[in-house]
Ligand binder design. Structure first.
Ligand code: PMP
Length: 380
């Protein structure tokens, strides 16, 4: 029988109740368990039951890979939250946003061009853009690293820029750096929800990518969506989806529909209040813990007006981007690891090793152990 819950690294035993005193705090991956208590409170109404003979075919009755009901719910969700303009735009669904990121690169790269499109991002960036682009080794596009690596670029060159906003790892609301006739941007907006940031405006870019993983926390369902303005880009992304996996699991779409409809019941109020309060509280605890010493510093995020909550909001980022300030602490990951804190090194974001990302979206137990280990560390 598959266990329903997963123990964090400090707890073991059959029901995760045995505490190991000298365990390391896990602040590495972005598993979004911070939303688990919300779904526990709504266990019955968020549940789905699928009979064995249901949804067996590849496609929906209209012959598409996309549930029109789910598409309508996602439109409604963006309208209610005010984080993205979706009217008149096209949708493509993917196995998480991960699959859509490459689908977008494929769609934007020119076919049979004499030179491949350059794919870039701004350091610090989410490493998957690089690993995935390199994995496919396409003749049509090539990963070139930081935007600044593009020297002597002309208007004739094709450039695809990943813009992550809020950024993973530092939570900044980034904007495209490059502009030109053959330059396009893929806006990765997976953290653009009231849990993690103020929503200053409704984003209206050509390609925007979202995911259930960071909205409801259901990363394991592997469901993401792209909102696309241009019809031919949409056609190419849809072609990518049908050729690479014949669309997205209908079971995942059913689950996404159920979860998003629960979110919509209160116009998102309940989940976003829960999510943003949890993240704000965690950020404040972390800031207070580290403030007793000047050995570590955190990214600065200015308070901003949020159109969703209709008030000015302080920071509530998904990750802490920690800098080791002491000259000798060049390898910040190691400094933290020795203090039993497992983060993710700056080098995994193409940044200096003086930085480490700490995930704040994991379970409350993981976060509590993190604060405990950091409080011990800053006392030295
Ligand atoms: N983009 C960013 C910036 C992310 O941080 C992540 C997950 N950590 C993803 C995309 C991929 O998420 P998923 O495939 O679960 O949608």
């Amino acid at each position: 029988k598959e266990p329903v819950c997963e123990c964090n690294s400090c707890y073991g035993g059959p029901d995760c109740s045995e505490f190991t005193t000298d365990c390391a705090a896990n602040a590495d991956s972005g598993n979004p368990y911070f939303l688990e208590p919300f779904w526990m409170q709504h266990a019955a109404k968020s549940a789905i039951l699928v009979a064995g003979w249901h949804r067996m075919g590849y496609t929906y009755p209209d012959n598409s890979f996309i549930s029109t009901q789910l598409e309508a719910s996602i439109h409604k969700l963006h309208a209610v939250v005010g984080n993205a303009v979706t009217e008149g735009k096209y949708f493509v669904f993917g196995a998480g946003s991960t699959q859509l990121l490459n689908a977008a690169v494929y769609a934007l790269a020119p076919e049979n061009s004499s030179s491949p499109a350059s794919v870039v991002a701004s350091i610090p960036y989410y490493k998957l853009y690089e690993t995935q682009t390199e994995l496919f080794r396409s003749l049509d596009y090539r990963f070139e690293g930081d935007v600044s690596s593009l020297k002597n670029i002309s208007d004739a060159d094709h450039v695809i820029e990943f813009v992550t906003s809020p950024n993973n790892p530092d939570g900044k609301l980034n904007k495209a750096v490059l502009h030109g006739p053959n330059f396009s941007a893929i806006y990765d907006r997976v953290y653009y929800w009231p849990h993690f940031t103020a929503i200053p405006t409704s984003a209206d870019y050509d390609i925007m990518i979202f995911t259930l993983s960071k909205l409801t926390g259901h990363a394991g369902s592997r469901f993401g969506w792209a909102v696309i303005k241009n019809e031919s880009v949409y056609q190419r992304m849809a072609e990518y989806m049908s050729t690479s996996s014949m669309g997205v699991s209908r079971d995942a779409q059913l689950r996404a529909l159920k979860l998003i409809d629960v979110v919509l019941e209160t116009g998102g109020r309940e989940i976003f209040e829960f999510g943003s309060n949890t993240m704000k509280d965690r950020w404040e605890k972390l800031t207070n813990t580290l403030s007793v010493s000047n050995r570590f510093s955190l990214q600065k995020i200015a308070p901003q007006y949020c159109t969703y909550f209709q008030k000015i909001r302080g920071p509530s980022p998904a990750y802490a981007w920690v800098k080791c300030e002491r000259e000798e602490d060049e390898d910040c990951y190691k400094v933290l690891e020795e203090a039993k804190v497992k983060g993710r090194s700056g080098s995994d974001f193409a940044a200096e090793t003086r930085y480490v990302r700490l995930s704040l979206i994991r379970s409350q137990d993981d976060f509590d152990v993190l604060i405990q280990r950091l409080s011990e560390l800053v006392l030295y």
